[in-house]
Design a protein. Structure first.
Length: 646
């Protein structure tokens, strides 16, 4: 049974140590568990005296557990862990031992030693890459400097610790760093920045899962409300802080927040309640507290008595407060105690003593104001120097980033250029192929239309003449006509043959590229007019503007104009019974205008049937995008043709 009990004890201790190892860098143990765990680890350390890394870990774990309520014992354990870790050259144990030493010295207000061990913890944690302990060391340094009033020195560790906590995404570390940054800003009078930091920390409370962190945030919110003169809100926050602290602190650790809560009660005019609470706090402060807490408690009692018209009691407790504050250089408490003594002495009719205390309070005020100004200036200078340093670092970082981006941009541009060239080549190739296809298709359609038009012209003009010649030659071969009549038919056949040859010549001319000029067209128009008009007894008046001969003419325009011109002259010869024909050609913008005007009797209401006549002329003009207008009212007929030059 004894053996089983021993094994159960060791099992309990192992499970407890596992929990402690998990919490060694996290929230403190609840106060209810501290005693049991302390006794368990103590028995285990006594039962297993082997000096190894496991013992270093247990010593550090126990020192960490006791840090909040038993700072002297925590420091002794941390010293043992430090000595053994140095002997074993155990880096991780050295980091935790130095941190615990720095924490315990801070709790005992031994700031020089606290700074030394905290800096060593910072250096060692950086060396082994323990970034969480690095943030804790930053926090410890910032808090030490803040408690000393050295806000210039506190700024650097505070900001570095906050940046690192955000980098490692640790809500608890970030919460403490934010509150500490807010306290520094509050001490420097930067109330907006302080409020922003503490408010941001309050949003991390659910994620931190730490009653100590919750109390820390509520305490800071109470100080902010106190600074704004919101006594009721401040007391509420102090009460919330006390409720959270009560889970991890003993009576000694709760003294600061309870003193602040009692002061807010006095500020709210509840002097008797504040006095009753402060009596108990004073007894605890004299037993386990610090001189500062004793001075604060006696000062608060003096203020409650002064507010209730008891200058004798106020004088008594203010004298005790001043006597405690002066040797400890607690200038704020000493100043306030001197002010209470001045008022109490005045109410007691001790004018000379009241004046002496008033002068003393003024001296403390001047000293505090000067020191506060000096500290604020030093902090602002440190902040400016840090800002300049950060700007330089950011500039160098930005420069390096810019160079990297420039290189990336150049590579991207090169790749983009290659891709663009490939795309451009592909587009050019596809466009060229498409344009070539369009060109070939357009040429094919043009040639097809040209062949169709030539075929139609040959069919209309030459075909009918050849048919006439064929029929007449057949009749002559049969010998049915008299010699005189045969001669007449032979003359007709000869004339038809000449006209057919002329039509063939016109068809060949219209498609010959050598004649794609206005000068060639003018020659052809004159020749044709002289061939058909004088034999019919008509005078010709042919005039073309000089500029017409210089313009290039598309093939289709040249063909259409020539055939319309022939048809117009044919109609004049056949129908007009005119004496004179006027032909005019001129340029009209981007169009070529042809005017054929006779002095005859005008055309009949409809042109000839078949492939000739006015419908044929309009069709030819429209086929090339032109227009034709015919004015057939007597005297004479006027035909105006306008065809595009492009």
């Amino acid at each position: 049974m004894c053996c089983n009990g021993k094994w159960l004890f060791y099992l309990f201790v192992c499970l407890t140590l596992g929990s402690i190892a998990a919490q060694a860098q996290g929230p403190p143990l609840p106060l209810a568990r501290v005693a049991a765990v302390r006794d368990s680890i103590g028995r285990l350390l006594a039962a297993e005296p082997k000096r190894d890394t496991t013992r270093v870990g247990r010593l550090n774990a126990l020192a960490f557990i006791l840090r909040t309520n038993e700072a002297p014992q925590s420091q002794r354990l941390a010293r043992q862990a430090l000595a053994l870790a140095q002997q074993l050259k155990f880096s991780k144990g050295l980091v935790e031992a130095h941190f615990n030493m720095g924490y315990s010295f801070r709790a005992l207000n031994q700031y020089d030693s606290a700074i030394y061990y905290s800096r060593r913890a910072l250096d060692l944690s950086q060396f082994i890459g323990n970034r969480y302990t690095q943030t804790r060391a930053y926090y410890n340094l910032a808090r030490i400097y803040t408690e000393q009033g050295n806000y210039a020195a506190a700024l650097g560790p505070s900001l570095d610790g906050l940046a690192l906590a955000r980098t490692i995404h640790n809500a608890r570390a970030e919460l403490f760093q934010l509150v500490q940054a807010g306290r520094i800003e509050l001490a420097l009078g930067e109330y907006t920045a302080a409020n922003a930091h503490v408010f941001e920390a309050s949003r991390l409370v659910p994620a931190a899962h730490d009653p100590l962190g919750t109390g820390y945030v509520q305490f800071a919110l109470g100080d902010l409300s106190r600074q704004r003169g919101q006594w009721l809100a401040a007391r509420h926050h102090y009460a919330q802080a006390g409720a959270s602290y009560g889970q991890v602190y003993n009576a000694r650790g709760l003294l600061p927040v309870e003193l602040s809560q009692a002061e807010m009660t006095d500020r709210l005019g509840e002097h008797q309640a504040a006095r009753q609470a402060t009596y108990g706090l004073l007894r605890r402060a004299r037993t386990t507290g610090t001189p500062e807490q004793v001075a604060q408690a006696t000062l608060l009692l003096a203020q409650t008595w002064l507010a209730t018209a008891r200058p004798d009691s106020a004088h008594h407790y203010a004298t005790l407060s001043l006597a405690t504050a002066q040797p400890s250089t607690l200038r704020l408490e000493a100043r306030d105690a001197a002010l209470v003594l001045a008022q109490a002495s005045n109410q007691l009719g001790q004018g000379q003593e009241a004046y002496r205390y008033q002068v003393l309070a003024g001296a403390y005020t001047d000293s505090i104001t000067g020191e506060a100004t000096r500290r604020r200036v030093a902090a602002l200078e440190a902040q400016a120097a840090r800002s300049r340093q950060q700007i330089q670092i950011e500039l160098l970082t930005q420069k390096a980033r810019l160079q990297t981006q420039q290189q990336e941009l150049e590579r991207f541009r090169y790749r983009q250029g290659v891709v663009a060239l490939m795309v451009l080549a592909w587009v050019v190739l596809m466009s060229s192929g498409y344009l070539l296809w369009r060109y070939r298709r357009r040429e094919a359609l043009r040639q097809e239309a040209l062949r169709t038009r030539i075929a139609a012209d040959l069919h209309d003009e030459v075909g009918s003449m050849l048919t006439q010649i064929s029929m007449q030659s057949t009749l002559l071969r049969e010998g049915r006509y008299a010699p005189a009549q045969q001669q007449a038919y032979l003359d007709q056949m000869a004339e038809a043959s000449r006209r057919a040859a002329r039509q063939m010549s016109d068809a060949v001319w219209s498609i010959d590229a050598r004649y794609d000029s206005a000068a060639s067209l003018l020659d052809r128009l004159r020749d044709h007019a002289h061939e058909v008009l004088p034999p019919a007894g008509l005078e010709l008046d042919f005039v073309a503007e000089p500029t017409v001969a210089t313009v290039p003419l598309p093939l289709a325009t040249r063909q259409a104009l020539y055939y319309i011109y022939k048809e117009a002259l044919h109609n004049v010869v056949k129908h007009a019974q005119a004496q004179q024909v006027c032909v005019r050609l001129r340029l009209l913008g981007q169009q070529l205008e042809l005017l054929v005007h006779d002095d005859g009797q005008g055309l009949p209401s409809a042109g000839r049937r078949g492939g000739q006549g006015l419908p044929n002329m309009r069709m030819r003009a429209q086929s090339v995008g032109g227009t034709i207008a015919v004015d057939a009212a007597a005297p004479g007929t006027k035909v105006v043709v306008r065809l595009p030059l492009r």
